[in-house]
Write a protein of this length. Structure first.
Length: 404
């Protein structure tokens, strides 16, 4: 496959974006891609919709147009889109205290945490005293009670600190408490954004989905990760090799979680178990920057989404990950020390597999890259290579329009 990947890549590319397809194809040859999908909207038009490779390491299932794949933490961005819509509709105020909607939240030093601080990973809520059993994850009241008892690991609002496994659970409860129908994020997403637009993305897939449609994640073992430590930012390496670090402990908040087991796919876990197509999530991000404004977003919400991150008093350094990070309203953002985005208006989220989805209002771009092989570099080299070519294509398109 790696020697002649061209025949494994299928789909549509608009004129002027052929280099994107070439880079996507080259990833199989030069970066050992297993399987992936890529969808890009530019100026409200779908200009790239391609897929290729295999859904499993052994190469027994070819990736198809409608293959589904786990998103890992890129799921957080989709959940944040749901909260943005609730905010737009006047149901959720980012600057209110979380306890305004959730009185029992105000325990153990959490009484003054605002929704904005929580979504910006500034609340110190990255660990629980005990793991939540996988079998209890869809017992929403049980999980809610555990979240209420959590204690901040640092003074809320003072520092950034990535909440890898818990933020999605908190977002799920905020949706339940503010939505008029008391729907979770997964239910709200299905009813308000997915079904009306005939796209396929789930946070907790129905048991009617045939498991063969879901790609197998090719995981990277500890030995392989140690061998590739040099591809991580220097400050992050210390966190990764220390099993007692906040980062490593925060990655396993659910007991029995296995990304390749159907039992895991069935739970609603907005921190990381969204499953769908790249086409679906690129479409969702495009909805939020579509100039025709199909979601009826007000200027306040649009400005909030595009606003730069608010750096806490402790600075840009993420106390959990050990690297400079920027967050806003549940999204990753760009910043002066960040390589995540080309400008500060971009809002989106990346995942451990190398998955990444975002909207760029400045360049009228919505983007989603979805692989099934765990990445070994931060930022992911496969994704960054595709992004770089994408923006070159946009620059060329803009230059051609100026000449006209």
């Amino acid at each position: 496959m790696h020697k002649a990947p061209e025949r494994f890549v299928h789909g549509y590319v608009a004129p002027g974006f052929e280099p994107v397809r070439q880079q996507f194809t080259d990833n199989f040859r030069t970066k050992s891609e297993t399987g992936a999908a890529l969808t890009i909207y530019y100026k409200n038009e779908k200009v790239v919709d391609i897929w290729g490779g295999y859904m499993d390491k052994k190469g027994t299932r070819e990736w198809t147009e409608n293959s589904l794949c786990l998103y890992f933490s890129a799921t957080k961005g989709v959940a944040a889109l749901c909260l943005a819509k609730l905010h737009n509709d006047g149901l959720l105020d980012y600057d209110q205290k979380v306890s305004t909607y959730w009185p029992a939240f105000a325990q153990n030093g959490k009484e003054h945490i605002t929704v904005r601080q929580l979504l910006a990973h500034q609340a110190g809520l990255c660990l629980l005293d005990k793991k939540i059993p996988l079998s209890r994850m869809n017992d929403f009241d049980y999980v809610k009670s555990k979240l209420e008892c959590a204690k901040p690991m640092w003074e809320p609002g003072s520092r950034n600190g990535y909440s890898a496994g818990l933020l999605g659970m908190y977002m799920r409860e905020l949706s339940r408490l503010t939505d008029a129908k008391h729907r979770t994020v997964g239910q709200y997403l299905h009813d308000e954004l997915v079904t009306p637009n005939s796209i396929e993305f789930y946070i907790g897939i129905p048991d009617t989905i045939i498991s063969e449609r879901v790609a197998t994640i090719e995981l990277a073992g500890p030995a392989k990760r140690l061998f590739h430590l040099g591809q991580l930012p220097r400050a992050m390496r210390k966190k990764v090799i220390n099993p007692s670090s906040l980062f490593m402990k925060s990655l396993s908040t659910i007991k029995g979680y296995n990304v390749n087991e159907p039992a895991t796919w069935l739970i609603e876990e907005p921190s990381g178990n969204g499953i769908g197509t790249a086409r679906a999530v690129a479409y969702l991000y495009n909805l939020f920057i579509d100039p025709s404004n199909p979601l009826h977003l007000n200027d306040g919400t649009k400005n909030d989404l595009a606003a730069p991150a608010i750096v806490p008093p402790g600075g840009e350094a993420d106390i959990v990950m050990g690297m400079d990070m920027y967050y806003n309203l549940g999204f990753m953002k760009g910043g002066k020390l960040s390589k995540y985005a080309v400008n500060n208006e971009v809002f989106g989220f990346g995942g451990a597999s190398g998955s990444n989805a975002f909207a760029d209002p400045t360049n009228h771009l919505a983007y989603c890259y979805l692989p099934n092989k765990m990445g070994l570099s931060v930022p992911d080299k496969r994704d960054m290579a595709i992004q770089n070519v994408t923006y070159k294509c946009i620059s060329a398109s803009e230059a051609a329009n100026i000449k006209k």
